[in-house]
Write a protein that binds this ligand. Structure first.
Ligand code: HEM
Length: 390
């Protein structure tokens, strides 16, 4: 394959800080890119990524969506649930879980989400200067998932603490020791909730899931891990991206604060996609751009690059709330299309609406204080110092 002068290492901190110029070069010069040292092949053009996402017989999810299939060590199965399954197992499990995770149940969460958003926003803005990522963006999605699952408010901080160490990875994307201990601790905690709901059902997701004979306790534990793993950090990064990019683009910020909150959410999802890439295992030898990729190769599908593809999104590096984002694939595509997309959009819309009511549009961000994280497939800000005027 050509493109010999393009070097792409997703674990390089410089690439992680600013991946889009590298993606543009991959799309132009090496739309199929091989990194033998890290053992993956990357697709970066919109057409290739979206076609690959929808062909689950060619591209299997059986080793999970992380770039490094060994990232979770012996805990992969516990944590990944049906995102690491293929049909027919995936179809059966996703259908069973979806019966508890209905649009009606999600829509009914709105008042609760608004209350949690108001609480966190209110507490943060009292101090005027605070870390947006930590105080608002990270707390809201975790608390919403806890509420959905049925974790009592008194245990939410416990879940947040465990989840925090779950996100500690070494530079090559492997989970740190503390993270593995948290997996075990949180698993035990979830098992205790499942046991309680078996005895005394309530109006929460776990009670619906335990009533389903097709689901064993361990299926439910794995799904709860998937919910928290797939649904918390991604939504956190979406909120921080929206806050940051609106700050960087004052004209767009005026549009956002003028009431175009849904467009603010959609363009932020496209522009700084939280789920940057998903990985697959190739099930048979396949040619891309004249190069044969062998069966079992690790394929890296760059959603973050596809969403900046100039053949689909004109002037893709402009953050523009008036653009058509309809073709963005921020939530994936095909069988594994994000189950929590409507919930993520609802949370983001509510939080941003509440922020536009609570603070003036002339807020500030300290760009030197920003810290980013990326591990395997999720990328975003973990520290975003901001100053607001109520
Ligand atoms: C799957 C993105 C929020 C639950 C996915 C996938 C993507 C994605 C790209 C596909 C993975 C693959 O193809 O291997 C996002 C983004 C979010 C978000 C960008 C926020 C901005 C959520 C939320 C939840 C959630 C809030 C639930 C609380 C799931 C689940 C799957 C999934 C259960 C697995 C679906 C399957 O394998 O069939 N997500 N997600 N996500 N997401 Fe999300």
């Amino acid at each position: 394959m050509g493109g010999v002068d393009v070097v792409y290492n997703p674990y390089d901190p410089a690439v992680n800080d600013e991946p889009y110029p590298v993606y543009a070069r991959l799309r132009a010069q090496a739309p199929l890119y091989h990194n033998p040292a890290l053992g993956f092949w990357a697709l970066s053009r919109y057409a290739d990524v979206s076609a690959a996402l929808t062909d689950s017989s060619l591209l299997s999810s059986d080793h999970g969506p992380m770039l490094d299939p060994g990232a979770w060590g012996p805990h992969a199965r516990t944590f990944l649930s049906f995102v690491a399954m293929d049909p027919p197992e995936h179809t059966r499990m996703r259908a069973a879980i979806s019966r508890g995770f209905t649009p009606r149940r999600v829509a009914a969460l709105e008042p609760m989400i608004r209350q949690i958003a108001r609480d966190h926003i209110g507490r943060a803005i009292e101090r005027r200067t605070f870390d947006f990522a930590r105080e608002i963006a990270a707390k809201l999605p975790l608390d919403v998932i806890s509420e959905l699952v049925g974790v009592p408010p008194s245990d939410r901080a416990h879940v947040r603490r465990n989840f925090g160490s779950l996100l500690m990875y070494d530079p090559e994307g492997k989970m740190a020791e503390d993270g593995l201990r948290s997996v075990i601790g949180l698993g035990d905690y979830y098992r205790s909730i499942i046991a309680e709901r078996r005895k005394t059902p309530r109006d929460d997701l776990v009670s619906v899931l335990v009533a389903d004979d097709e689901l064993a306790d361990e299926d439910i534990v794995a799904f709860l891990f998937l919910l928290i793993g797939a649904g918390a950090e991604t939504t956190t990064h979406l909120l921080s991206a929206a806050w940051y990019w609106a700050w960087r683009n004052p004209a767009q910020r005026a549009v956002a604060f003028g009431g175009k909150v849904e467009q603010w959410v959609e363009e932020s999802l496209r522009y700084d996609t939280p789920a940057h890439g998903v990985a697959r295992r190739l099930t048979r030898d396949t040619d891309w751009y004249g190069t044969r990729v062998p069966k079992d190769a690790r394929m890296w599908l760059l959603i973050g690059s596809a969403n900046r593809d100039e053949t689909v999104f004109p002037d893709p590096d402009a953050y523009d709330l008036s653009r058509d984002t309809g073709r963005a694939i921020s939530f994936g595509a095909g069988r594994h299309y994000c189950l929590g997309g409507p919930l993520a959009r609802l949370e983001a819309r509510i939080a941003l609406e509440e922020l536009t009511k609570a603070v003036r549009p002339g807020y500030d961000v300290d760009p030197d204080g920003i810290r980013r994280t990326a591990h395997g497939n999720v990328r975003g800000m973990v520290c975003l110092p901001t100053t607001v005027t109520p």
